[in-house]
Write a protein that binds this ligand. Structure first.
Ligand SMILES: O=P(O)(O)OC[C@H]1O[C@H](O[C@H]2O[C@H](CO)[C@@H](O)[C@H](O)[C@H]2O)[C@H](O)[C@@H](O)[C@@H]1O
Length: 380
């Protein structure tokens, strides 16, 4: 006999899939995908929904998003914990291991990839005021003089350009869905770089704009909530929202997204990010840029990727989905990922730095190392 407990509806399965995806890789799968293997669980699609169970699962999904946002922005109290002390053994400071890093890069072309928020600029309450220091800009200028350098960010490309203001860099905005090359040579000469422009999600622009307007409207009653239009993706900010209202805000976002199965959601530092379901992320952007620079299948390149957020894991992590010959960082076995964090976090990065000021120190040492290693005997 069928009881309420064993009634598993299509909707419940979809919610379960979305929850599992949200927990494992922050991905909301298209609602149409119900694995056949799960049908055997019940084999009774179309029977009345168990509304309480559905509600509980939907609530669990919202809680999973919130837990994930919390995990991305843990409190400082944990920074000196035992956990951090053992974590650092596996993710040593890139400053303390600098010599080892540059030794591995010997004879190879270093290419530098940098996330923006939390990596080049400190995290602040107002996303429009996430300025980087002059010192950081000067160091970045030096870096770009010696190595191809790209900013890879969830931000809108124009907005991040206005913060960084360096025309000699590559920019990959909207989580890598909006890529351009330098418009100026780092050495002030002619710009011989081939023009690079890649926008794999252009067809989603009208939908993103539509969802932006809906979210603005739906979230306006939640004090502190902000919705940011990052061109090919959106961010819903929780940082200035009372934690008691986080679940309600996340629920509003969930309800809007039900109507847009072509969009998916990821969690960052007190932010929910909404973007197209295309197979494109910061890792793919890194591969694309290496390829544009002529380093496809090359052993002579040493990419260094520095980032602080969950979305940077796509670049740290092994990926061989689209281009099996190109693997990201660890799997290339020749580059490194550096996580910027004061606390222990699960990561595929090999090294760590504590904050943007340590990132600046690391980059400055890289410039000094390059300068000293290219000094010719005649110029000494
Ligand atoms: O890939 P990123 O460059 O790290 O972009 C991720 C998000 O960064 C920004 O939000 C974060 O920084 C804000 C300013 O410090 C902070 O207020 C917010 O809480 C952080 O999540 C940016 O505003 C978002 O649009 C990006 O998605």
């Amino acid at each position: 006999m069928m009881t309420n407990q064993n009634v598993v509806t299509h909707e419940v399965i979809n919610t379960l899939i979305a929850m599992a995806a949200s927990i494992s890789n922050s991905t909301v799968l298209p609602s149409a995908t119900v694995p056949e293997s799960m049908a055997v669980l019940g084999g009774f699609w179309g029977l009345p929904h168990n509304k309480n169970l559905v509600k509980r699962l939907e609530g669990a999904k919202v809680s999973a998003w919130i837990d994930s946002m919390r995990a991305s922005s843990p409190t400082r109290a944990k920074s000196e914990s035992q956990e951090k002390r053992s974590w650092i053994l596996y993710h040593p400071s890139a400053l303390n291991t600098f010599e080892q890093i540059v030794y591995s890069a010997k004879g190879k072309q270093i290419v530098v990839f940098l996330d923006y928020d939390g990596t080049l600029s400190p995290i602040v309450a107002d996303p429009n005021k996430a300025f980087m220091t002059r010192k950081m800009r000067a160091t970045l200028k030096g870096i770009a003089r010696h190595f191809p350098t790209a900013i890879v960010t969830g931000r809108c490309r124009d907005k991040v350009y206005n913060f960084v203001k360096l025309a000699e860099l590559y920019y990959a905005g909207s989580h890598g869905m909006d890529i351009t090359g330098p418009t100026k040579s780092p050495k002030q000469g002619n710009n011989n770089n081939k023009a690079v422009l890649f926008q794999p999600a252009s067809q989603f622009l009208p939908m993103i704009d539509e969802v932006y307007k809906i979210l603005l409207e739906k979230t306006k009653t939640v004090p502190g909530a902000k919705v940011e239009n990052n061109k090919f993706c959106l961010s819903v900010h929780f940082r200035c929202v009372d934690e008691k209202s986080w679940a309600a805000l996340a629920e509003k976002v969930r309800l809007v997204l039900i109507e847009y199965p072509q969009l998916r959601l990821t969690q960052g530092r007190k932010v929910l990010e909404i973007r197209p379901t295309i197979k494109w992320d910061k890792g793919k952007a890194l591969e694309f840029l290496l390829e544009s620079l002529g380093y496809e299948n090359s052993n002579d390149v040493f990419p260094i990727y520095i980032g602080d957020d969950r979305t940077d894991e796509d670049a740290f992590r092994v990926t061989n989905a689209a281009t099996p010959s190109l693997l990201v960082l660890r799997s290339r076995g020749q580059g490194i990922g550096i996580l910027v964090s004061r606390v222990a976090k699960e990561t595929d990065a090999s090294y760590s730095l504590q904050d943007p000021s340590e990132v600046e120190q690391f980059l400055r040492r890289l410039v000094e190392w390059k300068r000293s290693s290219t000094v010719t005997p005649a110029s000494v």
